[in-house]
Design a protein around this ligand. Structure first.
Ligand code: GRF
Length: 219
Protein backbone atom coordinates (compact mmCIF):
# COMPACT_ATOMS: atom_id res chain seq x y z
CA UNK A 1 0.00 0.00 0.00
CA UNK A 2 1.76 3.15 -1.13
CA UNK A 3 0.25 6.53 -0.45
CA UNK A 4 0.84 10.22 0.13
CA UNK A 5 -0.75 12.15 2.99
CA UNK A 6 -3.38 10.87 5.41
CA UNK A 7 -4.62 7.34 5.01
CA UNK A 8 -7.91 7.37 3.12
CA UNK A 9 -10.61 5.01 4.31
CA UNK A 10 -13.69 3.58 2.61
CA UNK A 11 -16.03 2.05 5.20
CA UNK A 12 -18.60 -0.49 4.01
CA UNK A 13 -21.70 -0.97 6.16
CA UNK A 14 -25.11 -2.62 5.98
CA UNK A 15 -26.79 -1.44 9.17
CA UNK A 16 -26.32 0.47 12.41
CA UNK A 17 -22.80 1.67 11.65
CA UNK A 18 -21.49 2.01 15.20
CA UNK A 19 -18.01 0.84 14.19
CA UNK A 20 -18.00 3.36 11.35
CA UNK A 21 -18.92 6.08 13.88
CA UNK A 22 -16.15 4.96 16.24
CA UNK A 23 -13.70 5.23 13.33
CA UNK A 24 -15.05 8.65 12.33
CA UNK A 25 -14.69 9.89 15.89
CA UNK A 26 -11.15 8.54 16.16
CA UNK A 27 -10.21 10.29 12.89
CA UNK A 28 -11.77 13.60 13.81
CA UNK A 29 -10.21 13.62 17.29
CA UNK A 30 -6.79 12.92 15.78
CA UNK A 31 -6.36 9.56 17.57
CA UNK A 32 -6.22 8.00 14.13
CA UNK A 33 -4.27 9.74 11.42
CA UNK A 34 -6.71 8.94 8.64
CA UNK A 35 -9.82 10.27 6.99
CA UNK A 36 -13.03 8.59 5.88
CA UNK A 37 -13.50 9.37 2.20
CA UNK A 38 -16.52 7.13 1.63
CA UNK A 39 -19.22 5.38 3.64
CA UNK A 40 -20.85 2.88 1.36
CA UNK A 41 -23.90 0.74 2.08
CA UNK A 42 -25.61 -2.00 0.13
CA UNK A 43 -28.84 -1.11 1.97
CA UNK A 44 -30.44 2.30 1.48
CA UNK A 45 -32.21 1.99 4.85
CA UNK A 46 -28.97 1.46 6.83
CA UNK A 47 -29.09 3.73 9.90
CA UNK A 48 -25.34 4.24 9.62
CA UNK A 49 -25.80 6.09 6.32
CA UNK A 50 -27.84 8.79 8.05
CA UNK A 51 -25.31 9.07 10.88
CA UNK A 52 -22.48 9.39 8.36
CA UNK A 53 -24.31 12.05 6.36
CA UNK A 54 -25.01 13.97 9.59
CA UNK A 55 -21.26 14.10 10.15
CA UNK A 56 -20.75 15.41 6.63
CA UNK A 57 -19.07 12.22 5.40
CA UNK A 58 -19.49 11.26 1.74
CA UNK A 59 -22.01 8.42 1.42
CA UNK A 60 -23.12 6.13 -1.36
CA UNK A 61 -25.59 3.29 -1.76
CA UNK A 62 -25.00 0.41 -4.09
CA UNK A 63 -27.80 -2.10 -3.83
CA UNK A 64 -27.15 -5.75 -4.41
CA UNK A 65 -28.56 -7.14 -7.60
CA UNK A 66 -28.96 -10.70 -8.86
CA UNK A 67 -25.84 -10.06 -10.93
CA UNK A 68 -23.12 -10.45 -8.31
CA UNK A 69 -20.26 -9.39 -10.51
CA UNK A 70 -22.17 -6.28 -11.62
CA UNK A 71 -22.75 -5.42 -7.95
CA UNK A 72 -19.10 -5.95 -7.05
CA UNK A 73 -17.87 -3.99 -10.07
CA UNK A 74 -20.03 -1.08 -8.96
CA UNK A 75 -18.60 -1.37 -5.43
CA UNK A 76 -15.06 -1.42 -6.80
CA UNK A 77 -15.71 1.56 -9.04
CA UNK A 78 -17.03 3.61 -6.09
CA UNK A 79 -14.10 2.60 -3.89
CA UNK A 80 -11.57 3.41 -6.59
CA UNK A 81 -13.23 6.74 -7.40
CA UNK A 82 -12.98 7.70 -3.71
CA UNK A 83 -9.22 7.24 -3.79
CA UNK A 84 -9.39 5.02 -0.68
CA UNK A 85 -6.16 3.36 0.41
CA UNK A 86 -7.95 0.98 2.72
CA UNK A 87 -11.37 -0.66 2.66
CA UNK A 88 -12.89 -1.39 6.07
CA UNK A 89 -15.80 -3.79 6.31
CA UNK A 90 -17.85 -2.80 9.34
CA UNK A 91 -21.01 -4.88 9.58
CA UNK A 92 -21.13 -5.26 5.80
CA UNK A 93 -23.44 -8.23 5.31
CA UNK A 94 -22.35 -9.38 1.86
CA UNK A 95 -19.81 -12.06 1.23
CA UNK A 96 -17.31 -10.75 -1.29
CA UNK A 97 -16.06 -12.98 -4.09
CA UNK A 98 -12.50 -14.12 -4.65
CA UNK A 99 -12.40 -11.80 -7.69
CA UNK A 100 -13.28 -8.78 -5.57
CA UNK A 101 -10.76 -9.76 -2.91
CA UNK A 102 -8.07 -10.20 -5.55
CA UNK A 103 -8.82 -6.81 -7.11
CA UNK A 104 -8.31 -5.14 -3.71
CA UNK A 105 -5.74 -7.59 -2.38
CA UNK A 106 -4.04 -6.48 0.82
CA UNK A 107 -6.32 -3.45 1.20
CA UNK A 108 -9.44 -4.88 2.85
CA UNK A 109 -9.94 -5.43 6.59
CA UNK A 110 -12.99 -6.75 8.43
CA UNK A 111 -14.06 -6.67 12.05
CA UNK A 112 -15.62 -9.88 13.28
CA UNK A 113 -17.30 -10.42 16.66
CA UNK A 114 -15.36 -13.45 17.88
CA UNK A 115 -11.86 -14.50 18.76
CA UNK A 116 -11.04 -15.98 15.36
CA UNK A 117 -10.52 -18.73 14.32
CA UNK A 118 -13.38 -19.50 16.71
CA UNK A 119 -16.92 -18.85 15.51
CA UNK A 120 -16.58 -17.75 11.91
CA UNK A 121 -19.87 -16.67 10.33
CA UNK A 122 -23.05 -15.51 12.05
CA UNK A 123 -24.54 -15.70 15.58
CA UNK A 124 -21.15 -15.66 17.24
CA UNK A 125 -22.39 -14.58 20.69
CA UNK A 126 -25.04 -17.30 20.87
CA UNK A 127 -22.47 -19.86 19.79
CA UNK A 128 -19.87 -18.68 22.31
CA UNK A 129 -22.47 -19.05 25.09
CA UNK A 130 -23.57 -22.48 23.85
CA UNK A 131 -19.93 -23.60 23.79
CA UNK A 132 -19.53 -22.37 27.41
CA UNK A 133 -16.55 -20.24 26.49
CA UNK A 134 -15.04 -18.32 29.39
CA UNK A 135 -13.62 -15.70 27.05
CA UNK A 136 -15.03 -14.11 23.88
CA UNK A 137 -14.19 -11.03 21.87
CA UNK A 138 -13.56 -9.46 18.50
CA UNK A 139 -10.94 -9.68 15.76
CA UNK A 140 -9.73 -7.41 12.99
CA UNK A 141 -8.51 -9.49 10.09
CA UNK A 142 -7.32 -9.21 6.54
CA UNK A 143 -10.05 -10.19 4.11
CA UNK A 144 -9.15 -13.11 1.88
CA UNK A 145 -11.31 -15.38 -0.27
CA UNK A 146 -12.07 -17.56 2.78
CA UNK A 147 -14.97 -16.16 4.84
CA UNK A 148 -13.62 -14.77 8.14
CA UNK A 149 -10.49 -16.78 7.43
CA UNK A 150 -7.79 -14.20 6.63
CA UNK A 151 -4.80 -13.52 8.87
CA UNK A 152 -5.79 -11.79 12.12
CA UNK A 153 -4.12 -8.46 12.91
CA UNK A 154 -5.50 -7.84 16.40
CA UNK A 155 -8.04 -9.01 18.93
CA UNK A 156 -9.76 -7.80 22.07
CA UNK A 157 -11.28 -10.17 24.58
CA UNK A 158 -13.96 -9.93 27.23
CA UNK A 159 -14.89 -12.38 29.99
CA UNK A 160 -18.11 -14.36 29.55
CA UNK A 161 -20.23 -14.06 32.68
CA UNK A 162 -22.48 -16.75 34.12
CA UNK A 163 -25.59 -14.60 33.65
CA UNK A 164 -24.73 -13.37 30.16
CA UNK A 165 -27.31 -13.40 27.40
CA UNK A 166 -26.34 -13.06 23.74
CA UNK A 167 -27.37 -9.41 24.00
CA UNK A 168 -25.30 -8.57 27.09
CA UNK A 169 -22.29 -10.36 25.65
CA UNK A 170 -22.71 -8.62 22.28
CA UNK A 171 -22.80 -5.23 24.01
CA UNK A 172 -19.60 -5.97 25.94
CA UNK A 173 -17.85 -7.14 22.77
CA UNK A 174 -19.08 -4.13 20.78
CA UNK A 175 -17.48 -1.75 23.27
CA UNK A 176 -14.16 -3.45 22.57
CA UNK A 177 -14.77 -3.38 18.81
CA UNK A 178 -15.03 0.40 19.03
CA UNK A 179 -11.55 0.53 20.55
CA UNK A 180 -10.03 -2.22 18.42
CA UNK A 181 -10.84 -1.06 14.89
CA UNK A 182 -9.38 2.46 15.35
CA UNK A 183 -6.25 0.97 16.91
CA UNK A 184 -5.80 -1.38 13.97
CA UNK A 185 -6.19 1.50 11.51
CA UNK A 186 -3.74 3.66 13.45
CA UNK A 187 -1.11 0.90 13.28
CA UNK A 188 -1.50 1.07 9.50
CA UNK A 189 -1.59 4.86 9.39
CA UNK A 190 1.63 5.01 11.39
CA UNK A 191 3.27 2.69 8.87
CA UNK A 192 3.91 0.01 11.48
CA UNK A 193 1.65 -2.55 9.90
CA UNK A 194 1.86 -3.56 6.28
CA UNK A 195 -0.75 -5.70 4.56
CA UNK A 196 0.06 -7.94 1.63
CA UNK A 197 -2.23 -10.18 -0.39
CA UNK A 198 -1.59 -13.06 1.99
CA UNK A 199 -0.13 -11.76 5.20
CA UNK A 200 0.56 -9.04 7.74
CA UNK A 201 3.89 -7.53 8.74
CA UNK A 202 4.48 -5.59 11.94
CA UNK A 203 7.58 -3.40 12.14
CA UNK A 204 8.97 -5.16 9.08
CA UNK A 205 8.54 -8.70 10.45
CA UNK A 206 5.81 -11.23 9.62
CA UNK A 207 3.16 -11.07 12.35
CA UNK A 208 3.25 -14.46 14.05
CA UNK A 209 0.24 -14.10 16.33
CA UNK A 210 -2.59 -11.57 16.57
CA UNK A 211 -1.92 -8.54 18.75
CA UNK A 212 -4.13 -8.44 21.83
CA UNK A 213 -5.77 -5.10 22.59
CA UNK A 214 -3.52 -4.31 25.54
CA UNK A 215 -0.48 -5.11 23.38
CA UNK A 216 -1.89 -3.08 20.51
CA UNK A 217 -2.40 -0.13 22.87
CA UNK A 218 1.21 -0.21 23.92
CA UNK A 219 2.70 -1.31 20.59
C1 GRF B 1 -20.32 -5.74 14.60
O1 GRF B 1 -20.53 -6.59 15.69
C2 GRF B 1 -19.23 -6.29 13.71
O2 GRF B 1 -18.24 -7.00 14.39
C3 GRF B 1 -20.00 -7.25 12.83
O3 GRF B 1 -21.23 -6.62 12.59
C4 GRF B 1 -21.52 -5.72 13.66
C5 GRF B 1 -21.71 -4.37 13.05
O4 GRF B 1 -22.14 -3.41 13.97
N1 GRF B 1 -19.25 -7.57 11.64
P1 GRF B 1 -22.17 -1.87 13.56
O5 GRF B 1 -23.00 -1.76 12.29
O6 GRF B 1 -20.75 -1.42 13.34
O7 GRF B 1 -22.82 -1.17 14.70
Amino acid sequence: MSRRGRLRLAVLISGRGSNMLALAEACSSGRVDAQIVLVLSDRPEAAGLRSAAALGLPTAVIERTADRSGFENALSAAIEASGADLVLLAGFMRVLSAQFVQRHAGRVLNIHPSLLPKFKGLHTHERALAARESEHGASVHLVTAELDGGPVLCQASVPVRADDTAESLAARVLEQEHRLYPLAVQLLAAGRVELTATGIRLDGQPLRAPLRLADATHA
